[in-house]
Structure formats: structure tokens, C-alpha cells
Write a protein that binds this ligand. Structure first.
Ligand SMILES: [Zn+2]
Length: 238
């Protein structure tokens, strides 16, 4: 439910409809638009309950992790200020540390505030959808898939760099990023790839998305680095 009271139902979510001598109760349009807005955001069901409150800053029940606390503060701040934001966020850190949770918490906060045009997009899936659109049987063309991604008021790209780096994938990414850069449209990116200072055996973000796109990203986004162990491994004792 939205924080602002709906003028029709006063926030109850139910609307009394009077037709002649009859009256009945139905779900208020505000709950329907919230539901539609949520569905249109593309956020997978798994992340629909992600909030800042249920974000784990002490994975595995141990000590609070300062980088997780800082990341939550920055993300919450971003959601609080949106749409009055100058930069997006680049949330990096190892797998399983809650990067997607934070991005989803931002999205859920904005949707509950009735912001429209917030889009969540797994990057591999986006590339797959674009590829499928090239097929002659496809009902949508490439632009039909890209248009919402290009123009969303806020675009969240989840798991950048997870796909195999190819020239084609790079060109798709730079097209999206440059388009949004020129129109001052913010992006939130989550990625497992750290820049430089990460673990030696791992590839850096520049190697995954190219040096030019990496610098563009750093121009467009505030960096949020999470340093923590995979809490899914902690929990299962692996
Ligand atoms: Zn209402």
C-alpha cells in the first residue's frame, strides 16, 4: 500500500460502489495499479519481499558487517531521494552477499510509493530476449524489447558480467548505457566483478564489460562495494 492515503479508499484498499439501490465493495483501483506496477517492474517473485529492514547485515548471525551496513544506508538513501538523484549505484561484491536484495528493496520501496517506470532486468535474460527477437517467428522486434529498458525512469540491471563477454553483448550494453547517459536516466547495477582491487584470481569488471564502459559506469554510478562471504555458504556450512 502506498504511503500517501488514496483519496478513493482512504488507504483501506476497498472501495464502496453505489449503483442505484445497490452498493457493493470492490478492490480499489489503487491496489490494482500497485499490483500492475509491480508486475510491470519485472522483479522476480523471489525478491518481492525484499526490504531494507529484512536485509541481513550480519550474515550467518555473526558480527555486523560494516560494508553491508554502509551499502544498506546508501541504497536506502537513494530510494529516499529518488527521483531527485544525480547518479545511480554500482553495487559490487561476491555472489550471495545480498546485492540483488538491496536493489530489490529499492524497487519495492519506490513501487510502494507509487513511482512508475521502475524496471528490473537480469542482464543475461535481456540478452537472451534480444537474441530471440531476431528469430523470424518472433512476435516482438528488438526495439520492442529494448524500448522499456532504454526509457525506464530507473533501470536495475542485475548480475552484470555474468554472461560470457562477447562483442555483441558489449555493444548491447554500451548502447543501453550511452542512451541512458545522454538522457540523464539513472541505472542501478549489481555485479560480482570488482574493479581491480578484488581477488587476484578473479577477472575485473573492466575485463567483463570493457574499459570504456567501465569508466562510463563510474561516471553514472556511485560505487557500493560489499566485502563479505557468501551467506548461503555460511548457512549451509559449505
Ligand atoms: Zn484506494
Amino acid at each position: 500500500m502506498s504511503d500517501a492515503k488514496c483519496p478513493i479508499c482512504g488507504g483501506s484498499g476497498w472501495q464502496v460502489v453505489v449503483e442505484g439501490d445497490y452498493s457493493f465493495v470492490r478492490q480499489c483501483v489503487c491496489t490494482i495499479s500497485l499490483r500492475e506496477n509491480r508486475a510491470e517492474s519485472g522483479l522476480p517473485e523471489r525478491y518481492s519481499m525484499c526490504t531494507f529492514e529484512n536485509f541481513q547485515v550480519n550474515p550467518g548471525g555473526g558480527k555486523k558487517n560494516p560494508t553491508l551496513m554502509a551499502a544498506r544506508t546508501v541504497a536506502r538513501d537513494f530510494a529516499g531521494k529518488f527521483p531527485a538523484v544525480n547518479t545511480g549505484l554500482l553495487i559490487s561484491g561476491p555472489a550471495g552477499t545480498g546485492k540483488t536484495h538491496l536493489a530489490a528493496a529499492i524497487l519495492n520501496t519506490l513501487i510502494n510509493r507509487n513511482e512508475h517506470g521502475i524496471l528490473f532486468q537480469d542482464f543475461r535474460e535481456l540478452l537472451q530476449d534480444i537474441r530471440s527477437s531476431y528469430s523470424p517467428d518472433s512476435k516482438v522486434n528488438e526495439f520492442g524489447i529494448l524500448a522499456p529498458v532504454l526509457n525506464a525512469g530507473l533501470l536495475i540491471i542485475d548480475d552484470l558480467g555474468a554472461e560470457r563477454p562477447t562483442e555483441w553483448a558489449d555493444s548491447q550494453f554500451s548502447y543501453i548505457l550511452n542512451y541512458r547517459y545522454n538522457r540523464l536516466l539513472p541505472v542501478i547495477i549489481t555485479t560480482n566483478y570488482l574493479d581491480g582491487g578484488g581477488r587476484m584470481e578473479e577477472e575485473s569488471l573492466s575485463e567483463r564489460v570493457g574499459v570504456r564502459m567501465r569508466s562510463r559506469l563510474f561516471e553514472m554510478c556511485r560505487e557500493v562495494c560489499i566485502e563479505a562471504d557468501d551467506y548461503r555458504k555460511i548457512n549451509t556450512g559449505q
